[in-house]
Design a protein around this ligand. Sequence first.
Ligand SMILES: *[C@@H]1O[C@H](CO)[C@@H](O)[C@H](O)[C@H]1NC(C)=O
Ligand SMILES: *[C@@H]1O[C@H](CO)[C@@H](O)[C@H](O)[C@H]1NC(C)=O
Ligand SMILES: *[C@@H]1O[C@H](CO)[C@@H](O)[C@H](O)[C@H]1NC(C)=O
Ligand SMILES: *[C@@H]1O[C@H](CO)[C@@H](O)[C@H](O)[C@H]1NC(C)=O
Ligand SMILES: *[C@@H]1O[C@H](CO)[C@@H](O)[C@H](O)[C@H]1NC(C)=O
Ligand SMILES: *[C@@H]1O[C@H](CO)[C@@H](O)[C@H](O)[C@H]1NC(C)=O
Ligand SMILES: *[C@@H]1O[C@H](CO)[C@@H](O)[C@H](O)[C@H]1NC(C)=O
Ligand SMILES: *[C@@H]1O[C@H](CO)[C@@H](O)[C@H](O)[C@H]1NC(C)=O
Ligand SMILES: *[C@@H]1O[C@H](CO)[C@@H](O)[C@H](O)[C@H]1NC(C)=O
Length: 813
Amino acid sequence: MNAYTTTTIILLLFMSLSLVSTGAQTLERITPGSSLSSTSSDYPSSWLSHSGLFAFGFYQHGNGFSVGIWLVGKMNKIIVVWTANRDDPPVTLTATLQFTMNGSLILIDEQGQKKLIVNANTRASSASMHDSGNFVIYDDDNNNIIWQSFDHPTDTLLGSQSLPGGGQLSSSLSQANHSTGRFKLKMQVDGNLVLYPAYTTETGWDAYWAAGISISSTVKDNYFLYLNKTGLLQIWNSSGDSNPNLINSLVDATEDQNTVNHTIFRASLDFDGAFRLYVHHDTNGTDKVIISWPGNNPCEVKGFCSFNSYCTFVDNKPLCNCLDGYKFIDSNEKTLGCKRNYLEAGQCRGEEDGLAFYKMVSMNNITWKDHPYFETTNDMLSEEDCSLKCLVDCNCWAALYDGEKGNCKKQGLPLRYVIRTDEGDNSTNVFLKVDKNSIPNWKRNYTRFFPQPPPSKTTSNKAVVHIIVVTSVFSIVLCSAIVISSHYIYKIRVLRYKRLTDTGNLGLNEEVALRRFTYNELKRATNHFKEELGKGSFGSVYKGALLKGKTKRFIAVKRLEKLVEEGEREFQAEVRSIGKTHHRNLVRLLGFCVEGSKRLLVYEYMSNGSLGKLLFGDQRRPDWNERVRIALDIARGILYLHDECDGPIIHCDLKPQNILMDEFWTAKIADFGLAKLLMPDQTRTFTVIRGTRGYMAPEWNKNIPISLKADVYSYGIVLLETLCCRRNLDVNVLEPEEILLSGWAYKCFVAREVNKLVPSEVIDENVMENMVKVALWCIQDEPLLRPTMKGVVLMLEGITDIAIPPCPDSNRA
Ligand SMILES: *[C@@H]1O[C@H](CO)[C@@H](O)[C@H](O)[C@H]1NC(C)=O
Ligand SMILES: *[C@@H]1O[C@H](CO)[C@@H](O)[C@H](O)[C@H]1NC(C)=O
Ligand SMILES: *[C@@H]1O[C@H](CO)[C@@H](O)[C@H](O)[C@H]1NC(C)=O
Ligand SMILES: *[C@@H]1O[C@H](CO)[C@@H](O)[C@H](O)[C@H]1NC(C)=O
Ligand SMILES: *[C@@H]1O[C@H](CO)[C@@H](O)[C@H](O)[C@H]1NC(C)=O
Ligand SMILES: *[C@@H]1O[C@H](CO)[C@@H](O)[C@H](O)[C@H]1NC(C)=O
Ligand SMILES: *[C@@H]1O[C@H](CO)[C@@H](O)[C@H](O)[C@H]1NC(C)=O
Ligand SMILES: *[C@@H]1O[C@H](CO)[C@@H](O)[C@H](O)[C@H]1NC(C)=O
Ligand SMILES: *[C@@H]1O[C@H](CO)[C@@H](O)[C@H](O)[C@H]1NC(C)=O
């Protein structure tokens, strides 16, 4: 805050100096009550600066109009230098802009909808469009500036404008579309000026140009970038009270002083990611590039060709092409990147699937500028070993083999920053993982029956291949055996089931079937529903006890409310399918009751309450090792629901309150399968939001189908909460940035300070970092980027390497 204010003061100083030097004595004063209109002839559509160089008002943007500031060029060619609310859609019909007494600029569209463009919130006396390109609003008393466009740059700096430390320019989307685009220029608080793709967090791996080395990473001086009127672009350090010190002069384009009144300099972060200094001569309308960073080859801009594509520079033009195995997201807009050209992404469930579904193809003349998520050192691997290492790793989609050192680098999705040139790096061979497109169907199906090999890190790849070959043969035999025997098993089961029903003794210890209770039985067992254990989204839960001989067994009886209208038969079918799930980390369903409109479920009783109580309660706190174990328990429970029982079950409402602890402190997931009772067809889009705020994946709020990945998101939040023993949203923290755990975890991860997440606790930092990485992958906004639960378990168990997660929040620049 302080840094900002000081810089503003410095800026004002410069401003007033430049005003004096240009002798701007007669400024057009715009008085409160004035209006502009986009199309109506009753009002002007813009306010011009004194000499008509700059205009503020409505300009044509796409099919409509936006409010902005532009350089009035010759022959109606305007150069937009600032846009208000640039990400709002342009107004299409007649709109007016009002300058009010209280210093606001209000946009009113034809329907009468009002939108605040500027809210200075102080009584204003006037506004002015300066010849510098700055639009300024003055207050009532001393003509102090209460708002100015120079404080809110979009993609352009003009002469006498500065960019304070911590500030940034964001490129436009395209030449014609001034919404926020794909690149940013950051004036860092450490004194460095750096270009990054917009979606990245500012680490050196993502930077594609920097003005120099950072001066200090600990001392936060008040550095700022300043472009002076005569084309000098510099980084300054302001000490607060004395004159600012020059730190770094980037370019000096100072020209003949006589032309200064008609020469306008501007530094823009263009839509293609290059930061350019332009000079504009008003006398003859020329607009010339003085310098361009990082250079004239856009392929040097990281992310110029977006995900999964590569950049080539031919005939002085950049071209984006998809890597093998990918196709354009939008073939009209090739810079937007590519996606996998088949639908099976995420199919990889383990090493054997890698071999079954994919093959590696090589690519030549490639320079890869992204950081690998895994790199072998001094292993003297062969090219085949390297390519195989990638093939059997579900996270690996490209392998870079360095023939000289025998090193192998693995790259995960999305594949980024790839350049192809004729003089490409010939010591590195690149292999891409692509779909084996002719996989017979039977093969796809039989991989489902693969017994999970107990994969261990020490198994060499050759051994893996052997295991796989042996198990394949074994599996084919096994498959036929299953087909033949399942018929008989089915018969035997039916017989057994029959026998049990016949004896009428559906004891609670039996694995096979659920017991059907009468309502009166449950009323008795719960002592007229006396002791309420909790209230969930589906209804209340009561403690009860069943007597079996002399032993008493506690149960939890859930009275379901708010069910979809459903017949008894459908309800029973659903409940029986829940009853078929048996897993150490799932709460067992013991029985049910259907009578008239009454629907009750009977579960085993969990004596140690919920994980929520354990983590956030004020009793004993689980230690680090216990929390790690609990996190894995939960993951295995969800994996079973998703992958290993009959038909996947989406839980839809995972949260610590729905995870219960038994007498041995084993975590067990409760309430699974109930979402289906409320919304029978899980494959359709859910129309009613079912989950719990804070744990819900972002797609619940968008109109897109809910998939298993929604549970993965919730798991990610639960994982973070479990690791850090605090709620995701917690206002009782020391620093504002710590309030939202997910955001803070990402910050700590980027800064490599995950131990900050669990202060005053001795933890294994490597384990913690890996688990935080997994959690960050789980909470990606984009469902496709989230791993499957299988992937999560493999990563948590340390079986697969974990790629560096991108920022989970795709909206954050
Ligand atoms: C700019 O592009 C965005 C995203 O494609 C779009 O939503 C917006 O309407 C476009 N704006 C204009 C003025 O074309
Ligand atoms: C400023 O004035 C406008 C209209 O005159 C009004 O809508 C807005 O609420 C006012 N803002 C404040 C902060 O008073
Ligand atoms: C810009 O900086 C140069 C070098 O310091 C100086 O000579 C020139 O007068 C400055 N221009 C303005 C308008 O301040
Ligand atoms: C920036 O200014 C401060 C205050 O005058 C000073 O202490 C510091 O050394 C300066 N930093 C550099 C890199 O010049
Ligand atoms: C620049 O403009 C100012 C006022 O607009 C004028 O006083 C000054 O003489 C001009 N300078 C040149 C070199 O034309
Ligand atoms: C435009 O005018 C400037 C000076 O006013 C001069 O330097 C430049 O060469 C001119 N450009 C053209 C194309 O005439
Ligand atoms: C790689 O570059 C060399 C050198 O220009 C060229 O001869 C070769 O054809 C290129 N390879 C491919 C596959 O384009
Ligand atoms: C790679 O290029 C260098 C020089 O461009 C050449 O000397 C070397 O033989 C090449 N290596 C291979 C493997 O082609
Ligand atoms: C493989 O499984 C799919 C869906 O699970 C099924 O539609 C298909 O018929 C199966 N193919 C064979 C050959 O069993």
